[in-house]
Write a protein that binds this ligand. Structure first.
Ligand SMILES: [Zn+2]
Ligand SMILES: [Zn+2]
Length: 89
């Protein structure tokens, strides 16, 4: 009986009844793809909400959080530039 590979969708004849992939290569590739997807779910650096990052290195869940982070960073730069420290020390 023919089975359909869970990774590449090709029909193949399984050597074992519980196999889901046409080859070891497909089995490994499928698991790797799943791991990569999981790694792309990251917590927003501003609000902490988990979101799916469209690309590696994305830090914020939304443009509004990105804007907040940008403004916070700019305030921090201004504080350093004027030599003031938070807390008034
Ligand atoms: Zn396959
Ligand atoms: Zn956010």
């Amino acid at each position: 009986m023919m089975e359909t590979c869970s990774h590449c969708g090709q029909s193949y004849e399984p050597k074992r009844s519980n196999s889901r992939y046409c080859s070891t290569k497909c089995r490994v590739a499928h698991h790797r793809a799943k791991q990569q997807t999981a790694a792309l779910v990251v917590a927003c650096a501003v609000c902490g909400k988990e979101f799916e990052a469209g690309r590696a290195g994305a830090l914020y869940c939304s443009p509004s959080c990105k804007g907040k982070a940008y403004r916070a960073r700019r305030l921090e730069w201004q504080r350093r530039f004027f030599g003031r420290r938070p807390g008034g020390k």
